[in-house]
Design a binder for this molecule. Structure first.
Ligand SMILES: NC(=O)c1ccc[n+]([C@@H]2O[C@H](COP(=O)([O-])OP(=O)(O)OC[C@H]3O[C@@H](n4cnc5c(N)ncnc54)[C@H](O)[C@@H]3O)[C@@H](O)[C@H]2O)c1
Length: 325
């Protein structure tokens, strides 16, 4: 892997965000020839990358994927693209479906066009477990989708369809990774669209009750960030030029309810803090639990860190930060 990374140039869109910044760190740590980040800092932060500012192989472009010219410029001289830039959060997309569409669909199309136009070898892009919608098939398999439940899920599914069509029509080499509830250090605990794990950890460390939307029996396949970074590297390195399978679940293959999540965090923290329940949010899926067989078979993926270990590490990281205590 080290050899591969050292020989190539990479563009990480959304590289100032939670997942993107971990990808950038990994590439720089493994001596990538060049790593370019394209990010408009809409939901990401320069402080996630500030420690790399003096690395000679690191370049930051503050720009928007909604501009095709910007995407094209960012892809100049790039071998591989890791496309992470998007507006996440189901609730945000329910609030403003048009903005989510512009960034997640129009922005994706601009990247696809740039990758097709220039001699980029491959684009690995972030899809989402939300595309499973209300499926009743568990564990979730890539080709068994239910009905979509939110504008966000819709944008991610449109990405997959376009990537498939571009592959069929132009042989554009794109691979989609359906991330399942990623968590780990640097995930933003603040704001109305914060993900559940950083939100719970913040509540725990501030000795507040955790808010749960719904009964708390909804479950998620929580996936520690290291697994996602590993999967992206595998997807870059595997020869996928002729592979018929173009999207893969990236998860742990575990199923943890939100009630249990809060319980585990309290165990680790040696506390017994209470939680309170409010009404369910529209667009939220009830259960997510992935089959990772396809990623195992074609990418050689297996989880490197399971959810309990990841939770423990994440809690330790937030405890070491002064921002949430
Ligand atoms: N975190 C998860 O659990 C999860 C699950 C499934 C899929 N995903 C997907 O993974 C990707 C990364 O998610 P994340 O959790 O790191 O979110 P994040 O919000 O931390 O990162 C997204 C980054 O994209 C940037 N961005 C947003 N709009 C942009 C635009 N118009 N132009 C350029 N940059 C823009 C943001 O500033 C941010 O740095 C997203 O595509 C998201 O949909 C995340």
């Amino acid at each position: 892997m080290e050899n591969f990374i050292a020989k190539h140039t990479f563009l990480v869109t959304g590289g100032a965000g939670f997942i993107g910044s971990h990808l950038v760190d990994f590439l720089i740590k493994h001596h990538a020839k060049k790593v370019v980040v394209l990010d408009n800092l809409a939901t990401g932060y320069w402080h996630n990358l500030a420690h790399l500012a003096n690395e000679p192989n690191f370049h930051f472009i503050e720009g928007d994927i909604r501009s095709y010219t910007t995407c094209l410029q960012a892809c100049e001289g790039i071998d591989f693209v890791l496309h992470q830039a998007a507006l996440g959060a189901v609730a945000r997309s329910v609030q403003d479906p048009f903005q989510t569409h512009e960034v997640n669909v129009q922005g994706f199309m601009n990247m696809l066009r740039a990758v097709k136009t220039l001699p980029v070898r491959k684009m690995v892009y972030a899809s989402s477990s939300s595309v499973y919608g209300n499926t009743q098939v568990f564990p979730q398999q890539e080709d068994k989708l239910g009905q979509l439940l939110s504008p966000y899920a819709c944008t991610k599914y449109i990405n997959e369809i376009y990537a498939q069509i571009f592959f069929q029509t132009y042989r554009t080499n794109c691979i989609g990774l359906r991330y399942f509830n990623v968590f780990g250090p640097r995930q933003n605990p603040d704001g109305m669209y914060a993900a559940v794990i950083p939100r719970f950890i913040k509540a725990l460390l501030q000795e507040e009750q955790a808010q749960i939307y719904g009964s708390g029996e909804q479950s998620r396949d929580f996936t520690y960030i290291d697994n996602v970074v590993y999967a992206n590297m595998l997807a870059l390195m595997q020869p996928t030029e002729t592979l018929q399978e173009r999207v893969f679940n990236i998860a742990c293959g575990e199923n943890v309810s939100l009630n249990n999540l809060w319980h585990h965090l309290n165990q680790f923290n040696r506390t017994t803090q209470p939680m309170y329940y409010t009404t369910e949010r529209p667009g939220d899926i009830r259960q997510s639990w992935a089959s990772i067989a396809l990623a195992e078979k074609h990418l050689g993926y297996s989880p490197q860190v399971y959810s309990r270990e990841g939770l423990w590490q994440t809690l330790a990281w937030y405890k070491a930060q002064s921002v949430v205590v």
